[in-house]
Design a protein around this ligand. Structure first.
Ligand code: ADP
Ligand code: ADP
Ligand code: MG
Length: 445
């Protein structure tokens, strides 16, 4: 096993990785920007190295400084967390070249699945349905022809996109030419790659995703699925496991996820995202080749530590679990605690947290890097923690979430907590009748 690893991330996920590493007897080095000097991961890691100023591209995306920090401190492996360097195959490749283990899939896996176009091609080959759509579109003419065939409305997506960004809905033929050029320009600007694909735009659906873990030798298990349909601006707010899908459909979806991961000899933890319509037709959307924010709900129902599995596989210990070893119990829900104002279109609310008190008691887990007096820097995303609950049934988990939200106090910035309390009382949510337009149609937001 590794003696020391470096964590190339910040916030709650950096802390999450420190916690497992410590339980495994592994020393940790965390890198940080000057804006995160006083953050909890920096205070708790065995060592910390400043890699640059607040702007991510000069710190958390600064490959040279991150690799130097690893070499300087003698870290044998790098855990990238989510976002930042986590889905960058060039970074994984550079780690390899420097004799540092990248805790994640192989660069080959990441190349194959990293783009939405690549993912669609692999899914099709593995006989997994994809949303009606295209590969990379090279011209407006090609886009016009494709849209005619698919039928409006269509969605233009940056093939390299992520985090809910880089998507444009096109409702009529007249909007397409301008929209296509804009989408290409934005994709180039935000993701460094102008490649655009087109999909049929679905108006109403659920987002359901499959958690898998593979050993890189063709053995892949799933750790159930998660429903992440409660979203704003294509970004998830509340996730739960298992989904409320009928059992036969659940099994079919899980099998499709495993089939796709097996087809690329997937290594490590990954998530296959699907969208599903009212009639139970499901379509593969993309694979996230990393740990996800909402991995905790899968941990709660399985009792597994997904970060530990990632580290063990990266260290060459393989995956010593069969599908039968994975036993799922009860129901888990996660609310992302965001410092933002839900009444002002989720505007970010950085600033000082005067006082914080988190919920506790049976079946409650809090993953947060915040403490009383912590100042939320304005440079990164607004996630300040995650509240996760577990109980035997969905109904009981909802009640537990509600009381845990009511117990939580975050004084200072506006947060999404009051909104979540209202959602827990919403009759449609309680019935599990939730599509991604839930906030609009059921909460009038
Ligand atoms: P996803 O948004 O892909 O369903 P997560 O919610 O787990 O998955 O994403 C984790 C975080 O990583 C997001 O909050 C987002 O800020 C960031 N992220 C993911 N992919 C990208 C990307 N390609 N570019 C910028 N940020 C990203
Ligand atoms: P990202 O890499 O940004 O996470 P995804 O392809 O996973 O991109 O899509 C993110 C979200 O955008 C989905 O969860 C869903 O809400 C919405 N979305 C994606 N594809 C479609 C589609 N074809 N029609 C309608 N909404 C979509
Ligand atoms: Mg996604």
């Amino acid at each position: 096993m590794f003696k020391k690893i470096l964590i190339a991330n910040r916030g709650e996920i950096a802390l999450r990785i420190i916690r497992t590493a410590r339980e495994m007897g592994i020393k940790t080095v965390v890198v940080y920007s000057t804006a995160d000097e006083k953050s909890l991961p920096v205070l708790l890691a065995d060592e910390s190295v400043c890699v640059g100023p607040p702007a991510s591209n000069q710190s958390y995306l600064n490959v040279q400084n991150i690799l130097s920090a690893a070499l300087m401190t003698g870290a044998e492996a790098i855990h990238p967390g989510y976002g930042f360097m986590s889905e960058n195959p060039d970074f994984a490749e550079m780690c390899r070249e420097h004799g540092i283990v990248f805790i994640g899939p192989t660069p080959e896996n990441m190349h194959a699945l990293g783009s939405k176009a690549g993912g669609r091609a692999i899914a099709t080959a593995a006989n997994v349905p994809v949303v009606p759509g295209t590969g990379v579109l090279d011209s407006v003419e090609e886009a016009l022809a494709a849209a005619k065939q698919i039928g409006y409305p269509v969605l233009l997506k940056a093939s390299a996109g992520g985090g809910g960004r880089g998507q444009k809905v096109i409702r009529t033929q007249d909007e397409l030419a301008k929209g296509f050029n804009q989408a290409q320009e934005e994709a180039r600007l935000y993701f460094g790659d102008p490649a655009i694909i087109m999909e049929k735009f679905l108006e109403e659906f659920r987002h359901v995703e499959v958690q898998v873990v593979g050993d890189g030798k063709g053995h892949v298990i799933h750790v159930g699925e998660r429903d992440c349909s409660i979203q704003r601006r294509n970004q998830k707010l509340i996730e739960e496991a298992p989904s409320t899908l009928p059992e036969s459909l659940r099994q079919e979806l899980l099998a499709a996820g495993v089939r796709l991961a097996v087809s690329v000899n997937y290594t490590g933890a990954g998530t296959l995202e699907f969208i599903m319509d009212r009639d139970g037709n499901y379509y593969f959307m993309e694979m996230n080749t990393r740990i996800q924010v909402e991995h905790c709900v899968s941990e709660m129902i399985s009792g597994l530590d997904l970060i530990r599995l990632q580290i063990e596989i990266a260290a060459g210990l393989g995956l010593n679990l069969t599908q039968d070893d994975v036993k799922l119990h009860g129901h888990a829900i996660e609310c992302r605690l965001n410092a933002e104002d839900p009444d002002k279109d989720f505007r970010p609310a950085a600033g000082k947290i005067d006082d914080v008190h988190f919920a506790g008691g049976p079946g409650v887990r809090v993953d947060s890097h915040c403490y009383s007096g912590y100042v939320i820097p304005p440079h990164y995303d607004s996630l300040i923690g995650k509240l996760i609950v577990h109980h035997d049934t969905r109904e009981k988990a909802i009640e537990r979430m509600k009381r845990s939200l009511q117990e939580t106090v975050i004084q200072g910035p506006k947060t999404t907590i009051p909104l979540y309390i209202r959602i827990m009382d919403n009759p449609f949510y309680r019935r599990g009748a939730v599509m991604t337009n839930f906030l609009k149609t059921r909460m009038e937001m």
